[in-house]
Write a new protein. Structure first.
Length: 413
């Protein structure tokens, strides 16, 4: 009987110990997920990643007359290494001459044909006009003979005189018609010569234009500076083997390092918060210790979709205040655009605030019972939200929904 009593007592004691242990564990667990409402400065920022660029730069251009010679794209065969510091007039890139050289050969063949045609037309018209001039001379002689015969027949019978008058009229008409035909043939000859001359001159100009463009296939730096590759329509940097367009034949740029910007993109959710004139804290990934300040100077009005991206983004340009010799184009920057700043407000982690379309609340421990307390929230940043009403600094709230949440009544402020 005593043995059974001891066993029962031991069982009861064990159950009590287990309840005590799990109860304390639960309390520790719940205590570990409580946070305090903090009072102090509060910043609302939009964080983005950008890329350094020079605000101003000198473009290194390819041939300017590509469209005039009907070449729309040219491949880059050789290109100087990006970041190379060049002097004015130093070689930067070479373009593939194949298409232009083939075109030059075709034009030279056309030029030979045009020159031959010009010569033949000149000879043909010369011979034709010479024959017409000889015929005019002969007709003029015939006219003179008819005049003489008419003069000599004045003592002849009237029929003979009449015949000589008719012969003279025919001679005059033949000469006049031949003279008019000669004038027409001269005009035709001039038109033919003008046509072949225009064609010849056009072919010569085409040849000169191709030769002039070919002279520009070795691209030189317009001034001293550091070479930075241009980006193509896909947003990637130009490299050997890529093509430049005749509409925008930019191969590279020489940036002005005294004035730098960070070009970044803001998603369509946050773009309404961003405006020109806002201050920006800027970090450079390559130099974590370097801290810079800047200002938003432009915000795009139209969104775009970046390559390999699904969301619409808007381009934002940030002007960097001051200069630093460490800054180089294409370096990655981290930009924190300051949207709003408050000197002293009460704020909580966003995860600690719950709500629906009409009200918000938090969960709190008050002694041994839990409260569901209404709060009024204000503006928020990425992690925390301002509590305008319902809490005091230091009040502790829970980060998770308690187990008996459905049994809690809402306590209004």
């Amino acid at each position: 009987m005593k043995k059974r009593l001891y066993i029962a007592s031991a069982i009861v004691l064990g159950v009590l110990i287990l309840m005590l242990v799990f109860g304390k564990s639960s309390e520790v667990k719940e205590a570990s997920i409580e946070v305090s409402a903090e009072s102090g400065p509060f910043r609302i920022e939009v964080s983005t990643t950008g890329e350094l660029e020079a605000e101003n730069s000198e473009k290194i251009l390819g041939p300017s007359g590509l469209r005039m010679i009907r070449i729309w794209n040219v491949k880059i065969s050789k290109l100087i290494a990006e970041g190379t510091v060049v002097d004015s007039g130093q070689w930067v890139a070479s373009l593939d001459r194949t298409e232009a050289t083939d075109q030059l050969k075709d034009i030279e063949s056309e030029l030979e044909v045009a020159e031959t045609r010009f010569t033949n037309t000149k000879l043909d018209t010369t011979l034709e006009l010479r024959g017409l001039r000889d015929n005019l001379i002969n007709l003029n002689f015939a006219l003179e003979e008819s005049k003489i015969k008419l003069e000599q027949s004045k003592f002849e019978p009237p029929a003979t005189i009449r015949q000589e008058e008719i012969n003279l009229a025919k001679a005059e008409r033949n000469y006049t018609q031949a003279l008019e035909n000669y004038k027409i043939k001269v005009a035709q000859a001039n038109a033919k010569m003008q046509e072949v001359q225009i064609n010849l001159d056009k072919t010569i100009r085409r040849k000169e234009a191709v030769i002039k463009v070919l002279d520009q296939f070795e691209i030189m730096a317009p001034k001293s500076g550091m070479v930075i590759y241009n980006r193509n329509w896909r947003g990637t940097k130009i490299k050997e083997g890529d093509q430049i367009s005749s509409w925008e034949p930019v191969v590279a740029e020489l940036p002005d390092m005294s004035s730098m910007i960070s070009k970044t993109y803001v998603n369509e959710i946050d773009i309404s918060k961003v405006a020109t004139g806002q201050t920006v804290d800027i970090g450079v990934d390559a130099f974590p210790e370097l801290k810079l300040e800047g200002e938003v100077i432009s915000v795009a009005n139209i969104g775009e979709q970046l390559p390999n991206g699904d969301a619409k983004v808007f381009e934002v340009t940030i002007k960097i205040h001051g200069t630093d010799s460490l800054l180089k184009p294409a370096m990655t920057t981290s930009n924190s655009i300051l949207i709003a700043q408050f000197d002293s407000v009460i704020h909580l982690p966003i995860d600690a605030v719950f709500g629906n379309d009409t009200i918000n609340w938090v969960y709190m421990n008050e002694g041994l019972r839990k409260l569901k307390k209404q709060v009024k929230v204000g503006r928020a940043n990425e992690n925390r939200v301002i509590i305008e009403k319902g809490l005091n600094a230091g009040d502790k709230v829970m980060l998770t929904i308690p187990d008996n949440e459905e049994n809690l009544n809402l306590v209004s402020f």
